[in-house]
Design a protein around this ligand. Structure first.
Ligand SMILES: [Fe+2]
Length: 266
């Protein structure tokens, strides 16, 4: 199935293998399955990108709209501290090889889930799609609180299956910290970054508890941090939904304004 891919090696795991591992343990780590040349190229591009471009917004979580611009973002909050680049399929790709690899990996995810292979690449009435997320956790501060991901209850009949391709590596680019996932079967918290290396891919059930422990820099070495890319599946909003949302917010703020005026008068 992977014959002829520039990015994925011929030994890439089959959808049935991924499905079996995710059902059993909640995740699967597969080593030496992605082109090392591509990993090097993507790593250099995105490390340089985050070094030389300032973020223009907070990291978004939900409320993504069809047609929006690509976005370089940063947030430092109780929940997370990271830079995240959002690359949407309707825009010119910021780094074409990373975009293409995400599309290929999304097809494998779709087949694993029993969906049409290009679902999310084309328009559909559900507004289902994905965006390519390149996440950079800087040394000493980068982290993500443990959480579980899920689709809105009325939107999806299939599981939220994530994949992740690491571009920097524990013991090489940072000393400790990184991604953990709770194993479905044993309930143990697994240090997945510890078992990944250049050319690895991870698939995991987003409904399992996962997070990124604070990235600890290596001593006496240039501090790099943790860099990885995903294609995050999402049900995009239409403009009409966002307009309804913002008018509901205006009404709520008018209501609370009226309430605060009443309170002032008391
Ligand atoms: Fe998550």
């Amino acid at each position: 199935m992977i014959q002829g891919s520039t990015y994925l090696n011929p030994n890439f795991p089959s959808p049935s293998q991924i499905k079996a591992d995710v059902i059993k343990n909640g995740y699967g780590v597969y080593n030496d399955v992605i082109s090392i040349n591509f990993i090097k190229e993507s790593r250099e591009f995105w490390l340089n990108y985050f070094r030389t471009n300032k973020p223009s917004a907070d990291v978004l979580r939900g409320d993504l709209v069809l047609g929006q611009n690509n976005l370089n973002s940063f947030t430092d909050s109780d929940f997370w501290t990271l830079y995240r680049y959002f690359d949407f399929l309707w825009n010119t790709p910021t780094h074409e090889p990373t975009r293409n690899a995400c599309i290929e990996l999304n097809r494998i995810r779709n087949i694993t889930l029993g969906l049409t292979d290009n679902y999310g690449e084309t328009y559909n009435p559900q507004c289902y799609g994905f965006y390519n997320s390149i996440s950079y956790y800087p040394p000493s501060v980068g982290r993500l609180q443990e959480h579980e991901d899920g689709y809105p209850k009325d939107k999806s009949t299939f599981a939220l299956l994530h994949f992740m391709v690491p571009l920097t590596f524990k013991h090489q680019d940072y000393a400790d910290g990184g991604l953990t996932i709770q194993d479905r079967q044993t309930k143990e918290i697994v240090d997945v970054d510890n078992i990944m290396k250049p050319g690895s891919v991870l698939f995991f059930d987003g409904a399992l508890k996962h997070g990124v422990r604070k990235i600890i820099p290596l001593e006496n070495k240039e501090p790099i941090g943790r860099l990885a890319f995903f294609a995050i599946p999402v049900f995009f909003h239409k403009n009409t939904e966002m307009a309804a949302k913002s008018s509901a917010n205006v009404m709520a703020s008018q209501k609370s304004g009226r309430l605060s005026n009443i309170l002032k008068r008391l």
